[in-house]
Write a protein that binds this ligand. Sequence first.
Ligand code: FES
Ligand code: FES
Length: 155
Amino acid sequence: MRFTVNDQVFDIDVDPGASLLDLLRRLGFYGVKNGCDNGDCGACAVLVDARSVTSCDYPARAAEGKRIVTVEGLAPSGSLHPLQAAFLDTGAVQCGFCTPGMLISAVELLEHNPDPSESEVREALRGNLCRCTGYTKPVEAIQLAAARMREVDHD
Ligand code: FES
Ligand code: FES
């Protein structure tokens, strides 16, 4: 099966029963977290052809020919993505287990909506369970990143 992860091409044999989560972690993308293995928590979210999916209930074989982005792909050059920087700046990362999935949801949101309201951000995070933050700081982080990204676009 051939597919790309963070612009790296893979051409490998895949267990027919494997989930995309299993496959990505087998390939070393440990930023993709297994929180529930049941499609409920969003910790395993990745982008598949620019759409956020829960990789634990996405069959690995369905990724044939697709372009996958994991949290590792948000900072290819080592400099943080504006969303990652904003999460750190606002204190939105506590234990951090939910953070990769939240970042993926946020990337998808800002792709379509560069100036989301608080309720739109909360709606975008509805599939991401977080036990630590109460969501206030992640929402603040996403709006801060959105503002910074709009500023860069206007420069
Ligand atoms: S591990 Fe996939 S949704 Fe929880
Ligand atoms: S920061 Fe701990 S689960 Fe969200």
